[in-house]
Design a protein around this ligand. Structure first.
Ligand SMILES: CC(C)(COP(=O)(O)OP(=O)(O)OC[C@H]1O[C@@H](n2cnc3c(N)ncnc32)[C@H](O)[C@@H]1O)[C@@H](O)C(=O)NCCC(=O)NCCS
Ligand SMILES: Nc1ncnc2c1ncn2[C@@H]1O[C@H](COP(=O)(O)OP(=O)(O)OP(=O)(O)O)[C@@H](O)[C@H]1O
Length: 197
């Protein structure tokens, strides 16, 4: 059981490069929980959660076949803070439970594992991790990266940035390490240095 495994959050705004950091760790054989994909599986596998999303957030975002229309859901919640708060309240409690189950299921000898999420304070993940790795990149670069990655407009990316906590809020966590992922700083040596701490 990985019950005593130390948890480190990999956080930072959308497009900062959290997934790239996660991929480096995974390539080293480390355990990383990907909140975006796990949250999707949790929603997709729960009729109750989907019903709550349809009733409390957007009826149009869940089809009669139970399939979640994520483009529609994103359009609704990133234009309406109250709708986003309702969605977060429905999904995040289930994600926290899932992280705890995942941690318990890690192999015995797992000293440290990572949880990747853009929104550790909104989701409550800050309360279950021991340390935070904050991935940072200039906002204009983050916007360009996400436009290229997702084929979306700058306006769509800015709406998500507005929905996420500002960098200054991250300092609320007592143990925080920064990884700079602009167009110049190489990532690998920074990750290796943090792994030695
Ligand atoms: C809003 C949804 C439908 C958009 O789906 P979509 O496939 O377009 O995006 P995806 O899930 O891959 O997320 C991409 C990025 O959007 C940002 N984002 C996602 N959810 C949120 C949120 N609740 N608040 C702020 N930013 C968010 C993050 O930077 C994330 O990395 C989806 O993200 C969702 O259901 N979000 C609520 C659950 C959640 O908070 N998941 C993320 C961490 S637990
Ligand atoms: N240093 C880099 N050099 C080139 N491309 C990069 C770099 N860092 C990230 N990218 C690219 O930018 C895009 C955004 O990066 P990534 O998906 O890791 O961001 P993220 O922080 O995980 O975003 P999200 O909050 O949406 O999960 C990806 O297509 C990624 O390949």
């Amino acid at each position: 059981m990985g019950k005593t495994t130390r948890l480190i959050a990999i956080t930072g705004g959308i497009g900062s490069g959290k997934s790239v950091v996660s991929k480096v760790l995974l390539s080293m054989g480390k355990h990383v929980y990907d909140c975006d994909s796990r949250a999707k599986s949790i929603v997709d596998s729960s009729a109750e959660i989907k019903m709550r999303i349809a009733c409390e957030v957007s009826a149009e975002a869940v089809g009669p076949d139970g399939v979640v229309d994520r483009a529609k859901l994103a359009e609704v919640v990133f234009a309406d803070r109250n709708a986003l708060n309702r969605l977060n309240a429905i999904v995040h409690a289930a994600v926290i439970d899932d992280i705890e189950n995942w941690r318990v299921g890690l192999p015995d000898n797992t000293d440290t594992a990572w949880v990747e999420s853009a929104i550790i304070y909104e989701s409550g993940i800050d309360r279950i991790v021991d340390c935070v790795w904050l991935v940072e990149a200039p906002e204009d670069l983050r916007i360009k990266r996400v436009m290229a990655r997702n084929g979306v407009s700058a306006d769509d990316v800015k709406k998500r940035i507005d929905a996420q906590n500002r960098t200054c809020d991250y300092v609320r966590h007592s143990c925080i390490q920064t990884i700079l992922n602009d167009s110049l700083a190489p990532l690998l040596p920074q990750i290796q240095r943090l792994l030695q701490k």
